[in-house]
Design a protein around this ligand. Structure first.
Ligand SMILES: C[S@@+](CC[C@H](N)C(=O)[O-])C[C@H]1O[C@@H](n2cnc3c(N)ncnc32)[C@H](O)[C@@H]1O
Length: 349
């Protein structure tokens, strides 16, 4: 890269938040949708008329978006989305990431330096008075909770169908869904098999919400049970009796030493023949650069907002922790579903 190009790229970072907020504003004000609808024929005046935004408002946003290569503006004054703009407008993954960044991370990330210095999620105070985001999930405003859940579900829902086939290969009678959240996996498991039972293991606030959701929307009341627990408290235990311990996007919520202690809690009461299935989006096991970029960025959400000490891990880190905790990986299912996830099938050594 030439010096002039590098200087230009550096300005894109220096003014990165301006570009980001321009995109959010254009979406929220309906400008992006109006541009898409006009198929290359939008003008500054038509956008102002279609959206009710002032001429000044449309102008400053369009100028920034053109400079950022989100829009084009031709000599006839016609405005269109570029390919990047098209993804920002229409692509599901991009929109889930944008909303999550804006609603759940933007204010918190301002505290990243202090979070790194203090080893604590200093940005969490922007959202509520909790020690971790997980304690606050059940208390987030409906809008923020929606963005958080859409982000969370986007990165697990697509994998559930393939995951069910893998987990039910061994016909388990009892599954513990550790970090069961809203109960999506428990419900999917009960839909998948007419006699399986599932126990959701999660924080008390989450368990309450999952229970309400399951009792109000399904007939699986008798097959789904609950174990409210703060898994990090030394005195808490994970009960025995499960054929399968299922952890989907759960262990990345913890530091390496906490992951090891959770695995040791499972090991303490597990039957010798129990299986542990771990589903994660590993940073060293991705096909697309956009996926890897999203994952390493997500690590900083953990640093500044979620809990201050966890991240998106590489598969090799997990293999190392599992070995230390006395587990072996029997089988690996790489990139299942629509396709960022890996499942590790593990058992006690
Ligand atoms: C990222 S979500 C994963 C949800 C779900 N398994 C999925 O695949 O979409 C992590 C879950 O772990 C739970 N969790 C976080 N910290 C916990 C703790 N200390 N004890 C018990 N559960 C915890 C959260 O409440 C949340 O439901």
């Amino acid at each position: 890269m030439k010096a002039l190009e590098a200087k230009y790229e550096a300005q894109k970072i220096a003014f990165g938040p301006f570009v980001f907020q321009t995109c959010i504003a254009m979406k929220d004000l309906g400008i992006m949708a109006a541009i898409r609808k006009a198929r290359g024929k939008a003008t500054l005046a038509s956008l102002s008329q279609d959206t009710g935004v002032s001429d000044y408002g449309v102008l400053v946003l369009v100028e920034m978006a053109v400079a950022a290569e989100v829009l084009t503006l031709n000599e006839e004054g016609q405005i269109d989305l570029t390919k990047i703009g098209f993804y920002l407008h229409s692509d599901m993954m991009t929109n889930v990431n944008l909303r999550f960044t804006n609603d759940n991370c933007y204010k918190g990330l301002f505290n990243l330096t202090d979070s790194i210095k203090n080893g604590k999620a200093e940005g969490l105070k922007e959202y509520g008075p909790w020690k971790t985001i997980y304690e606050g999930l059940s208390q987030l405003s409906p809008e923020l909770r929606k963005s958080w859940l859409e982000f969370d579900h986007y990165y697990s829902d697509d994998a559930f169908d393939d995951a069910l086939k893998i987990i039910f290969n061994n016909n388990p009678n009892l599954i513990f869904d550790i970090g069961g959240n809203t109960g999506k996996w428990a419900i999917a498991s009960c839909n998948n098999s007419s006699d399986v039972e599932v126990k959701i293991v999660d924080l008390p606030g989450q368990v309450e919400l999952a229970k309400k959701n399951i009792e109000n929307t399904t007939t699986f009341k008798d097959r789904i049970s609950y174990h409210p627990i703060d898994i990090l408290k030394p005195e808490t235990e994970i009960p025995g009796g499960a054929d399968v311990y299922w952890m989907s996007q759960f262990l990345d919520c913890f530091s390496e030493s906490e992951i090891e202690s959770i695995l040791l809690k499972i090991k303490k009461n597990a039957k010798k023949e129990s299986k542990v299935f771990i589903m994660e989006t590993f940073i060293d096991n991705q096909d697309y650069p956009a996926a890897k970029f999203s994952l390493v960025a997500t690590s900083l959400y953990f640093t500044a907002i979620a809990n201050g000490n966890s991240k998106m891990y590489s598969k090799s880190s997990f293999e190392y922790i599992l070995k230390n905790a006395g587990f072996k990986v029997d089988k690996e299912y790489p990139l299942i579903g629509d396709s960022y996830h890996t499942i590790l099938e593990c058992s006690l050594v």
